[in-house]
Design a protein around this ligand. Structure first.
Ligand code: HEC
Length: 171
């Protein structure tokens, strides 16, 4: 080994040694800083947890029915249309709610092809006939349910259906 090589080698070893010392010093410094900032109790501080939660919060989320309470109200696209309260005519009510029994005469229901029967019923007075149709009754032939089982019908609609039935039966 020449003299120059020997010098280079000495300097090289000193530099390597210095680097090792610096590395070890940095490891201890890092551990010290970590001890100050990343201790368990620091992580468990409510503020720290809030900050972490805010940082990792998702940008969007899926909303299920029932989650809507905490969201701003959504403006409905289509305006709600209130169901129209349209009175049905006698024939309409009859076809929808009465025909099923009074057409074929189920359970003793008087049909509109039996005028004699209807005349007897009319003899009690039209108001009684209306009341029987609206409130229902148990007659000698069978059971007539209130409004034919259609509680959603108005009294006027049921009366219109009775008028239609009488008109058909007696003409
Ligand atoms: C589930 C079967 C059934 C349905 C539906 C039904 N009725 Fe009747 N209805 C009867 C029966 C049975 C009688 C006969 C009862 C008797 O006199 O013994 C009767 C009798 C009547 C009478 C005679 C009342 C009287 O005083 O003699 C009228 C009026 C009448 N129904 C009107 C209607 C109208 C209006 C509807 C439709 C809104 C309707 N019914 C639907 C079974 C039904």
């Amino acid at each position: 080994m020449s003299n120059q090589d020997q010098r280079f080698f000495d300097v090289f070893m000193v530099v390597i040694g210095a680097l090792i010392v610096v590395t070890i010093a940095l490891i201890f410094l890092a551990r010290f800083i970590a001890g100050q900032t990343q201790l368990q109790w620091v992580r468990e501080q409510p503020e720290t947890q809030e900050q972490v939660a805010a940082r990792i919060a998702p940008v969007g989320r899926v909303t299920l029915p029932g989650d809507l309470a905490d969201l701003p109200p959504v403006v409905p696209v289509v305006a709600q249309v209130a169901p129209a309260e349209v009175e049905m005519t006698g024939p309409q009510v009859y076809n929808q709610a009465c025909l099923v029994c009074h057409g074929p005469g189920i359970g003793g229901a008087p049909t509109i092809d039996a005028p004699g029967d209807w005349q007897l019923r009319l003899d009690q007075g039209i108001e009684v006939v209306y009341q029987h149709a609206i409130l229902g009754y148990m007659g000698p032939a069978g059971y007539m349910p209130p409004k034919g089982g259609r509680a959603d019908l108005s009294d006027e609609e049921v009366k219109a259906a009775v008028d239609y039935m009488l008109e058909k039966a007696l003409d």
